[in-house]
Write a protein that binds this ligand. Structure first.
Ligand code: HEC
Ligand code: HEC
Ligand code: HEC
Ligand code: HEC
Length: 162
């Protein structure tokens, strides 16, 4: 083969062209048709997601049947919580405006401790359940009894004000 001072450059160019052609061919074959619709994502994903059945309704969805619970929750410290974070998804309880199954009513300590166990990573000033009061210094009255008693013995879940 004739070699000139530039022949290594031609070989390099050839390799680049082969890679470019391979890249474009594979990309055309593998990318979904709606790819790059207003950005680097699959445009059809929007209709796919919108077609999924609703599982959570949000607090508004409980309003028509449980106005008293909504009103009470709004008044107190748990106002920011979603009903469904404690009672499970709307879709498991109501379908076509009819009750189809009981909603979750979990009265156990772990339900409350999910959010209130004493942990150093909680936001500053977040009310924590503490027996010894090592971190959650705001709590003083959780003595030995607090170790096993149901939280609901002393706190109302919708109005937890001690
Ligand atoms: C922090 C968790 C929590 C949140 C948030 C919560 N609940 Fe409850 N809820 C409970 C617990 C625990 C009970 C059982 C109370 C008992 O028996 O002492 C209960 C009881 C109920 C009951 C049956 C008894 C009653 O009081 O009528 C209904 C209905 C209810 N909740 C609806 C709601 C609705 C609607 C929301 C949202 C506005 C909501 N709850 C938010 C924990 C919660
Ligand atoms: C179409 C009406 C309807 C809607 C909407 C509805 N519920 Fe209920 N719910 C009922 C009925 C009926 C009962 C049984 C009677 C009662 O306790 O008031 C009930 C009972 C409950 C109970 C007590 C446990 C049980 O199942 O008996 C809880 C907790 C509850 N609902 C939570 C919720 C939450 C949270 C929402 C919103 C995500 C909600 N419900 C939306 C009709 C509804
Ligand atoms: C999904 C998370 C979550 C769950 C579950 C939860 N809480 Fe809370 N709780 C909160 C938040 C958020 C606040 C408000 C924190 C703040 O004021 O910064 C709060 C506040 C409180 C307070 C302070 C009330 C006051 O007026 O000072 C108590 C007591 C409390 N919760 C008890 C409970 C009990 C008992 C349960 C179980 C029935 C429970 N919590 C379940 C998130 C939760
Ligand atoms: C024997 C009654 C009793 C039991 C059981 C109990 N508490 Fe309390 N709790 C109190 C009292 C009283 C206070 C107020 C203490 C204080 O401010 O010194 C309080 C305060 C709190 C606070 C802090 C409120 C704040 O403003 O800082 C949280 C969070 C809390 N309790 C969560 C729980 C959880 C979660 C459970 C169950 C694991 C539970 N409590 C069980 C009586 C009880």
């Amino acid at each position: 083969m004739n070699t000139t001072p530039k022949s290594h450059l031609y070989r390099l160019l050839l390799i680049i062209i082969v890679f470019l052609v391979a890249f474009i061919t594979i990309k055309e074959w593998a990318a979904p048709a709606s790819w790059n619709y207003q950005g680097w994502y699959r445009g059809d994903a929007l209709t796919d997601v919108a077609a999924q059945p609703l599982i959570y309704g949000g607090n508004q969805s409980c309003q028509s049947c449980h106005p008293a619970a909504i009103k009470k929750l709004r008044k107190f410290t748990h106002r920011a919580l979603s009903c469904e974070s404690c009672h499970g998804a709307l879709a498991d309880h109501v379908r076509l405006k009819k009750k189809i199954a009981a909603a979750v009513v979990d009265k156990t300590r772990p339900q409350c401790l999910n959010c209130h166990s004493e942990q150093i990573n909680r936001p500053k000033g977040f009310p924590m359940y503490s027996v010894k009061g090592e971190i959650g210094k705001r709590v003083r009255k959780h003595g030995d009894e607090g170790l096993k008693a149901s939280c609901l013995k002393c706190h109302d879940a919708h109005d937890p004000t001690p």
